[in-house]
Ligand binder design. Structure first.
Ligand code: Z5A
Length: 209
């Protein structure tokens, strides 16, 4: 595998979409070929699954069905987009990946991490991100930002406790995977957030990490 796999994670309104564009531009200027994509989604089948998962009319999706739909979209995404791009030497920049499953379906819904890991190993084999940028901020601030931007989707209708568990799960993942995780304080101004991200990318691209 020649290309690098970078994922961006964080809670609602943490600034993933905003900063994904910034990272994309940074990598292009560094001379990388970049494929930017997202989860759930990234393929025609994955985008259909995304519609279903975010639709607030679908209140009856069970926790296990939600978990399996995330991995169904991911299986398609890996086969059609992520693996071919990495094999062709491109860098893949992905808005959320399997850490979101550990955070939302694990931390948020309470599904056992061991069960998630079993499906992860089956669907992904040895594929894991090389770098994960976690945009971290207090959930009240994130929900405020997300609320000002658009109507809540099926996940954004959850109670505050759910988002606290999601945030804690992400922080736990960062602690247990320090070699690939970099935490950004996303509560500060966009200029400051992007300064932190530039520093992370500079070090990563220089191969110091
Ligand atoms: N999900 C899951 O459960 N399991 C999984 O395995 C996967 C996903 C892969 C869709 O994700 C949902 O799927 C997600 C988890 C679940 N739950 N929800 N909802 P998504 O990534 O598409 O949706 P999202 O998390 O809701 O993203 P978002 O709300 O679009 O937020 P964002 O992309 O992180 O933020 P943003 O749009 O860049 O910024 C929000 C606003 O804040 C916007 O107006 C910005 O201009 C503003 N902003 C950004 N940065 C700043 C700073 N620094 N200061 C001030 N204002 C800022």
């Amino acid at each position: 595998m020649v290309g690098k796999f970078i994922t961006v994670e964080g809670g609602e309104g943490a600034g993933k979409s905003t900063n994904l564009d910034f990272i994309h531009q940074y990598l292009l200027q560094a001379g990388k070929k970049v494929v930017m994509t997202r989860e759930p989604g990234g393929t025609p089948v994955g985008e259909k699954i995304r519609e279903l998962l975010l639709d607030k009319q679908q209140a009856s999706i069970s926790d296990n069905a939600e978990l399996l739909l995330m991995f169904a979209a991911r299986a398609q995404h890996l086969e059609q987009v992520i693996l071919p791009a990495l094999q062709a030497g491109s860098w893949v920049l992905c808005d959320r990946f399997t850490d979101a499953t550990y955070a939302y379906q694990g931390g948020g819904r309470g599904i056992d991490n061991a069960r998630i890991a079993t499906i992860e190993n089956w669907v992904q084999g040895e594929i894991r991100p090389d770098l994960t940028v976690l945009l971290d901020l207090p959930i009240e601030e994130g929900l405020k930002r997300a609320g000002e931007r658009s109507e809540p989707d099926r996940f954004e209708q959850e109670k505050h406790d759910f988002f606290h568990r999601v945030r804690q799960a992400y922080l736990d993942l960062a602690k247990t995977n320090p070699e690939r995780y970099r935490i950004v304080d996303a509560s500060t101004s966009l200029v400051d957030v992007q300064k932190q991200i530039s520093h992370i990318l500079e070090t990563f691209c220089a191969g110091k990490e």
